[in-house]
Structure formats: structure tokens, C-alpha cells
Write a protein that binds this ligand. Sequence first.
Ligand SMILES: *Cc1c(COP(=O)(O)O)cnc(C)c1O
Length: 430
Amino acid sequence: MNFISTRHASPPATLSQAIAAGLAPDGGLYVPETLPAARVLAPGRDMAGTAAALLLPFFEGDTLAPELAAICREAFDFPAPLRPLATPGDHVLELFHGPTAAFKDVGARFLAASLARLRRDAATPLTILVATSGDTGAAVAAAFHRQPGLRVVVLYPDGRVSPRQAHQLGCFGDNITALRVAGSFDDCQALVKQALNDAGLQQQAPLSSANSISLGRLLPQMSYYAHAALSHRARTGQSLNFVIPTGNLGNALAAIFARALGVPLERIVLATNANRVLPEFFAGAGYTPRASVATLANAMDVGAPSNFERLRWLFGGDDTALRNAFPSASVDDAAIREVIARRYREYGEVHCPHTATAVKVLEDLRAQGETGDWAVAATAHPAKFESVVEPLIGREVEIPPALADLLARPAHADPVPAEYAALRHAILAG
Ligand SMILES: *Cc1c(COP(=O)(O)O)cnc(C)c1O
């Protein structure tokens, strides 16, 4: 299968080329030339098995095709259980059992497993640049740690990620360099962009990125929806509906793709925090990207969702059809706090602030009379956001073993000014 740019000004690319490049040369996002037709699917024995079958059409004809099963086994080496919530018919799909306790582990591990194979015979290592406000950088660092032929430079805004997040970013060492930048997340992103556009630098040190527009992260995220929905249907005969906490739309878009391929997902509802660009668009306003506002669900603090271009492509540019397809609702910080405290008090459930936005939207849907089997995507373990969650529930959140393991290691990040020369130096020093 070939992949084209959403802006139609780049030559078609193979899957390997699209994964290696990240962004298309015309600045657009890679999408499949056509989505594979919906087919009848059955759950695999485990998530890796379901993933390999689902992803096969995308890999057909590519140099990575013979490696697909092995890549899936490497990426999906932890479970994503679907568990019932206390309220009848409601479920939670726990996506936080990977090494850094957030769903981004899935995409990052698949991307790393793919790139490691693509770079097997390269003479110079490939440097992956990541600007992060927390979760992405940790997932990428964990996934690429000690992968031969690959190194990672992570930039994060000093003092603006949680202490636990900072520790996760700095605890790897080896081929992972953490830079704490005296500036904002936007400064970090601008520095990464400048480096990726620096042709002279690229000649000395080949660079790529690992942000959520990468196909190597997007496509594998279909797998947990497919495995959960197919297993649920095999068990109960019912389709699943989903509420998905949304920032850059990568996670939700994977569910939308999975449904188009024949996965028994009925409705897909997007939950955002107080950043309302998407709910406003779906309610009929124009698409007006803007600066983000800070919220308790900070991994969703996005004012210009990067995957929106792919969503528009999927609907052939028909915004009316797109608006009719996806209900979406915004949840503010007061409601996030209220739902975390109340679900713990009434049911003993502990949700991270991102998952809480989806729980709140599901509660509202039920109050409006919505029936059927629903699940929320639980995107992070609450222990990652303990400073928000613990005061609301009045007790400590137990740290999952994988996360405890990372927090027990020593951590180090180099302080750098928000200046391009400093980043260039750090890249060449590796
Ligand atoms: C990244 C992230 C999100 C948002 O996912 P998108 O794919 O950007 O929509 C939600 N919750 C958590 C915990 C995240 O890390």
C-alpha cells in the first residue's frame, strides 16, 4: 500500500518511507492512499495477534511486511484489559500498563521496533527529536532506550512538567539525552522544528521526530480498540461504544480508522478539557486553532489538534458530514475534580484527570438516556498525576511496578537555554 500527503503535494511513499519521515515533505500528514475496505474480523489470541491481522493490509508490499508479527509482539508486550466500571454497562479500557503508564507507550514502542529494523544497516545513528510536555517524551525514551542505531534527544520545559514526569525523562541515560529547556513547551517545539529544517545539520546527524503525527504511532493504536471490541463482541454479542479523552486526536483517530476497517465500534465520542477547539467545531463553528490553556488534564492541553487534517481527509473535506459523525464535549477543571472525587467516594474508582473527562462525558450521555455497552479509554495511570488525584481522594495512589522501577533509578537532565545553538551542540555532541 502507498501513502499520500493530506496536502497532495508530495510523491506517494511506501509505509517504511512514511514511518521514517514522520511529516510529508509538503508539510502534510501521511494517510493511506485508500483505507482498506471493512472486513469481518475475529479477535486474535492476544493483542499482538489481533494487531498483526488488522495491520497487514497497511504493510502489504513493504520491506517491513515480513517483520510485522515480530514488531507487534515487541510493541504489545503488556495487556490492555477492558474492565467493568461500577455503573452498569460502563467499562474502562486500561491503556496504562506499559513502561511509562500511559497509552503513548503503544505507539512509541511500535515506532521504535519499526525504526530499529529500518536502520539495521545504516552507517550513522538516527537521532529522534522530541519536544514534550510530559507523557510523549517518557514513552519515546522508554521505547528507544538501548535500541541499536537510534538515539533520542528529549526537550522539556524546565519546571513545567511534574517531578515524576521529569524523573521519567531523565532516568534512562545511554542513547537517551534529556534537555531541560529554560522556556515553554512552545519554545521546545520551535527548537525541534528548526533542527529538522536544518539541512546542514541533517547531513552530519540524520534526524527524525516521534510526535503524534507519525504513522508509526497512529496505526498501532487501532489494535487495542480492535482487540477490546472484537473480544467483547465474541463474549457478549454486543458492539462497544467509546468515549475518548482527546488532545491531538491521535488516539481518537485510531478508533475511527479501526471502525472503518470493520471493528465493531458503534459510536465514538470525543472528550476534551477546557481547550474547546474541537467541541466548538463539531457544534457548527469554524475550525479555529488557537493557543492552548493550561488544565488539570495537561496532556490534552492542545489548541491546534495536529491530526485534524487527517480527520478532514477521511471525510473528503465534507465538514457537515464530519460534524454529524462525532459528538464531542468539553469538561472543565471543576468538573474534572468533581468526577474524580465523587467516583472514588461512591464507587472506589480512581481515575487520572484525562480519563476523568471521558467518565464525565459518559455520565452525561447516560443521563440523556444513552443505552448500550460503553467504554472510556483510560489514557494514563492515576499515579502519574498524583498531585492532582491524591488531594481529591484523600489517600495515596499506589504506583504500578513498571513506573516504580523507573522512579527508583537516578535521573539527570542537562539544563539548556531556549536557543538553537544549544540544541545543535547537544545533537552533535552525541
Ligand atoms: C497524549 C494524551 C492524551 C491525548 O491523546 P491524543 O492522541 O493527543 O488525542 C490523553 N491522555 C493522556 C494521558 C495523554 O498522555
